[in-house]
Design a protein around this ligand. Structure first.
Ligand code: HEC
Length: 268
């Protein structure tokens, strides 16, 4: 038989006389235990009733604002009269502000000059030693635009006198794929660079020139043919260098489109 009284002395925690329910009830009064009580079975605290009420009111008000057509947020009502949203200067795209015709066409044309660069040189000096004539100071570039467009669009072959020297070689139809805008900008670029004195070739003029080329049929031109049949200016309205162009359409901007800058520009 086990001696109960003895084991009671050695291991008091197993004493059957301690009432577990009573011991816990005594602890209930302690603050820490009180807090634990408010935890739910899933371990989350229950949400305060106040928070629920306040959220409800916020949602009601927000619903009312949007419900009446976003009245508080109406752009048209908030913005001052006469305010015009500007273009964002962010990003790689060029800002679509009107630009003076000459500098705009030069900038565009310079891109296409990369196909001429290899022969006529970045400064337009040509390579006289290699039978390649200059564009700088050339009467073909500065002079009448119909023959110039035909040279670039169709190519040229045979003897040609340029700035006092005679060359005799040939050039292919390097600009055959250029549309009216590209052609206009390229011709404007070479006519107004390196000390040249030509004026602007407009897309309208270039389109007329391309039509003449089409009527003429294919094949390289010769200096002789150009002088005989094409020594004319291309027809089309002239464009003053400081006319403001819309860089998207390449058309002159009207005053209505552009209130601040047009006044200085358009002498058209
Ligand atoms: C592969 C070399 C080569 C390329 C590229 C080239 N040319 Fe020429 N170009 C010539 C040669 C050679 C002549 C002279 C042809 C002849 O003797 O009949 C010439 C003549 C000309 C002429 C008439 C003479 C003068 O010097 O004014 C013009 C204008 C001209 N080229 C413009 C251009 C333009 C614009 C481009 C680019 C779209 C271009 N060329 C690309 C070789 C080239």
């Amino acid at each position: 038989m086990a001696d109960h009284s003895k084991s009671r002395d050695l291991r008091p925690d197993l004493d059957e006389n301690i009432n577990v329910a009573e011991a816990h009830a005594a602890l209930k009064a302690a603050p820490a235990v009180g807090r634990e009580k408010s935890l739910r079975e899933n371990g989350m605290e229950s949400v305060s009733l106040w928070l629920l009420l306040v959220s409800g009111v916020v949602l009601l008000v927000a619903g009312a604002v949007f419900g009446q057509g976003g009245g508080f947020l109406n752009y048209g009502e908030l913005v001052k009269d006469g305010y015009i949203q500007g273009n964002s200067p962010v990003g790689e795209e060029e800002p679509l502000l009107p630009q003076p015709a000459l500098s705009f066409l030069q900038k565009q044309g310079a891109k296409h000059y990369s196909t001429c660069n290899g022969c006529h040189g970045p400064g337009g000096a040509g390579q006289p030693g290699n039978n390649i004539p200059p564009l700088a100071g050339s009467e073909w570039v500065n002079g009448n635009t119909e023959k110039l467009l035909l040279i670039v669009h169709n190519g040229v072959t045979g003897p040609i006198s340029v700035a006092g020297a005679t060359y005799n070689s040939q050039m292919g139809a390097i600009g055959a794929n250029l549309g009216p805008k590209e052609m206009a900008s390229l011709l404007t670029y070479i006519r107004t660079s390196w000390g040249n004195t030509g004026d602007i070739v407009t897309p309208e003029m270039a389109a007329n020139g391309l039509a003449i080329s089409k009527k003429r049929g294919g094949g390289k031109t010769t200096a002789e043919e150009l002088k005989k049949s094409h020594d004319k200016m291309l027809s089309g309205a002239k464009l003053a260098p400081d006319t403001l162009l819309d860089p998207e359409t390449w058309e002159p901007v009207t005053k209505a489109d552009d209130s601040q800058d047009a006044a200085e520009g358009a002498a058209n």
